[in-house]
Design a binder for this molecule. Structure first.
Ligand code: GDG
Length: 467
């Protein structure tokens, strides 16, 4: 028995090194960290879009000690435009994050999405042997569970939805609402980040498909589908160790010395859901409201490039860069620049050094499935304060953070002020409580719990029992 993972993104991506040979580097992000260890233990196949080097089909990974197979699907540029940019990122992504005015519902994109999902399902079905577990990930592949169920009526299929599930009046703006639900209901177990996403999903099953739902179940075509809140964790111990390493300590002191002021930090993919312009406006309001703190506080904003092919992301970049220029122009004085803006990704060491250096971490998305940055900061910081949007899925799990409303600039400005003045013992107590929670519910536990729940009780694979 082995595991078949199906995701849009591949766990390792190929890069050509200076000498011309190809290296397979782990992809940044929670999915590889969560599933690579269990794949290495259980063996099996990972089906994903082979974005770079489409000529390379099947690879055994990790290269140094091959344990599982990655089936790399080749997508044409038309398919990528319609399935990935068009339907996944211009229809489902904005709709699920409540940005329906940004959503574009085009029939041709929907058809490409359905067909590309079919190709993922075909590839997964080809790898399947009776008793295997199949785990499908995220909004790019909502139809795959249903397409697999048609091919493999007896398979155990799990699906994890990493982004918010919106209230039904928003979901019902999608012309293919019924098809998306039916696709997902091909799974035996559907996981989401919060109880409210689960409630919204079940009420969509009720209103769109007329199904009878229980608290965490829905019956579809004679099968009972479990729908559970299972927020993803982080590799807490790894972040704690990295944060305590001499290398990170040196980098962190260097960041502080460079600033010579208190430090606010934002780290986000440059995405309109993350609330970056609103955060910059709030910092402007903060500097207006507390003139004595001008020259004494700096905001460091790391913006990781993302989906630059989608027009609204390019517009967001200009908007953010315009705001940074305006606010810096307005408040800069005596060699102090209020906002340090970085438009690139950092190495993990640099990232954790920034977490350690910050006095206040601003995680203020307008809407976010969960938000891993909030958890990573809490695991890495010694005496910082986490300001967390009430619209991030992580808010329901992290009550010790200071919760804020990202739409309320003045309120956010006051919260920044309060965070900068929180007594040290209170800051440390909050971090300690956060950390205990993160140590208990870490990434390994998340993976293990999902796969245990997905397995039939008498068929638990040995490799899982050892996790
Ligand atoms: C989706 C959902 C949900 C960021 N900058 C750098 C860097 N990162 C890493 C962080 C973190 C990850 O990227 C970002 O994760 P988030 O959860 O914050 O956001 P999304 O990318 O939108 O993820 C989200 C998640 O899926 C999991 O289910 O929480 O709600 O939208 O791990 O550390 N990593 C490095 N350099 C950077 O500059 N190395």
């Amino acid at each position: 028995m082995s595991l078949i993972v199906v995701s849009n993104r591949e766990p390792y991506s190929p890069r050509v090194l200076d000498g011309g040979q190809v290296a397979w580097l782990p992809s940044i992000g929670g999915l590889t960290s969560a599933l690579d260890p269990v794949m290495q233990r259980m063996g099996g196949s990972w089906i994903a879009w082979g974005e770079q080097f489409p000529g390379v089909g099947r690879v055994q990974l990790p290269v140094t000690n091959p344990r599982y197979t990655v089936e790399r699907l080749v997508l044409s540029s038309e398919e990528v435009d319609a399935y990935y940019y068009g339907f996944s990122n211009r229809a489902l992504w904005p709709m699920c994050h409540y940005f329906i005015e940004r959503a574009r519902y085009l029939q041709s994109n929907w058809e490409a999405y359905r067909d590309v999902n079919e190709r993922f399902a075909d590839a997964a079905a080809r790898q399947y042997h009776p008793g295997d577990l199949i785990w499908v990930h995220d909004y790019q592949l909502a139809l795959v569970p249903g397409q697999l169920r048609e091919r493999l009526p007896d398979a155990r299929i799990g699906m994890f939805w990493h982004i918010p599930w919106p209230a039904q009046d928003v979901f019902r703006t999608l012309p293919w609402d019924a098809q998306i639900l039916k696709g997902m209901l091909g799974a035996d177990l559907i996981g989401m980040h919060t109880p409210s996403y689960v409630r919204h999903f079940l009420s969509a099953c009720e209103s769109v498909l007329g199904l009878e739902v229980g608290r965490n179940t829905v019956v579809w075509e004679g099968r009972t589908v479990q729908v559970q809140s299972r927020p993803i964790g982080i590799e807490t111990a790894t972040f704690e160790e990295l944060a305590a390493s001499p290398e990170v300590e040196t980098l962190s002191s260097r960041i502080r010395q460079g600033l010579q002021t208190m430090m606010l930090l934002g780290v986000d993919r440059l995405d309109y859901t993350k609330g970056i312009p609103e955060r910059l406006e709030a910092f402007d309001a903060f500097l207006d409201a507390y003139p004595d703190l001008r020259g004494r506080v700096t905001l460091v904003q790391i913006a990781v490039p993302s989906r630059e092919e989608v027009e609204s992301y390019a517009q967001l970049r200009s908007q953010v860069e315009g705001l940074v220029g305006r606010i810096n122009g307005k408040h800069a004085q005596n060699g102090w620049t209020p906002i340090h803006y970085v438009y690139r990704g950092l190495s993990r060491e640099e990232l954790v050094a920034h977490y350690r250096a910050a006095d206040v971490m601003l995680v203020t998305p307008l809407r976010d499935g969960l938000n891993l940055v909030a958890k990573e900061f809490a695991a890495s910081s010694r005496d910082g304060v986490l300001l967390l949007s009430r619209f991030a899925g992580a808010a329901s799990e992290l009550p010790e953070a200071l919760h804020v409303n990202p739409y309320d600039h003045d309120g956010l400005a006051q919260a920044i002020h309060a965070a900068l003045h929180l007594p040290l013992d209170e800051k440390q107590l909050r971090l300690k409580q956060l950390r205990e929670r993160l140590e208990h519910d870490d990434l390994g536990r998340w993976t293990e719990a999902f796969l245990h729940e997905l397995s039939l009780p008498d068929t638990l694979p040995d490799a899982l029992l050892q996790l």
